[in-house]
Ligand binder design. Structure first.
Ligand code: ATP
Length: 254
């Protein structure tokens, strides 16, 4: 447990934000009164206007920042974090990059290798494990970054716009890949994105935030079963969800 308030988590709740307010010393109130429970195994996507506090919310879940008021509780120490930049070490091969988290986790060498190999295979980079990052495309670098987090089999995965820098085709492929990994491993995910269709494709709950100071406008359940294939994007029910959430985001749904 990373917070005394983690005691308040029920068996099925993995993350809990209770009355969370974040004011920075600059005077900016980034978040104001966030109440959110994330169930174990939920995939929650957070969408909202630029500057509404999405990254701040995620940073607090990661323990990188603390709320000014209210509390954040996460029910496990097993947390992986993936940013928009893959942040691979340029002098280490894919395999050695993926082994890095396991090294920091002080796992024995054999187990490190096994876990890295499994994670690299899971993201489809098996043929590239001896390459340096400079030999990889943007999508492949993101796969390596995903593998690095997966090597420690995190119970919670926090993702801050991981596909934001990718071209459209690669981004759609990566959404399918991530969704496949989630279907297999059922970690709890919190995923920040600007893309409503990405949120609907990946998540079983979409949190829509208001402009700064960020508040939760609504939480929309997305009950398409997993695994989800690329054809889901052409399903009228998918497009309905996207339209409804986009309207909510632009304040015209109420
Ligand atoms: N360390 C900080 N000091 C002062 N203000 C900050 C700090 N970090 C974030 N902010 C402010 O808090 C607000 C929320 O920032 P945050 O990065 O969480 O928003 P966001 O929704 O993730 O934005 P974007 O979608 O553009 O990435 C912004 O107004 C930002 O300027």
């Amino acid at each position: 447990m990373r917070d005394a308030d983690a005691r308040t988590l029920t068996k099925s709740t993995e993350m809990s934000f209770d009355g969370v307010v974040k004011r920075f010393p600059t005077g900016t109130t980034a978040l104001d009164g966030i109440d959110l429970k994330v169930g174990r195994g939920d995939f929650v996507a957070v969408v909202g206007p630029s500057g509404c506090g999405k990254s701040t919310l995620l940073r607090m879940a990661a323990g990188l920042d603390i709320p000014t008021d209210g509390s954040v509780a996460v029910g496990t120490e097993s947390v992986g974090f993936i940013f928009q930049e893959p942040t691979l070490l340029p002098w280490r091969t894919v395999r050695r990059n993926v082994e890095l988290t396991a090294e920091l986790g002080h796992l024995p060498r054999g187990e490190r290798r096994d876990r890295a190999a499994a994670a690299i295979a899971a993201v489809g980079l098996g043929d590239f494990e001896d390459q340096l990052p400079r030999a990889l495309s943007g999508g492949m670098k993101m796969r390596a970054s995903l593998a690095r987090s997966l090597a420690l089999a995190p119970e919670v995965l926090l993702l801050d716009e991981p596909f934001g820098a990718l071209d459209e085709m690669t981004r759609l492929d990566m959404q399918v890949e991530l969704q496949k990994l989630y279907t297999e491993k059922r970690f709890t995910a919190m995923f920040i994105t600007h893309s409503v269709s990405e949120a609907v494709f990946l998540a079983n709950r979409v949190v829509v935030m208001t402009a700064r100071p960020g508040r939760i406008a609504e939480v929309v359940d997305v009950d398409f079963p997993y695994p989800r294939g690329p054809e889901l994007r052409y399903d009228p029910r998918f497009t309905d969800h996207v339209s409804r959430i986009s309207a909510s985001l632009h304040g015209s749904a109420r």
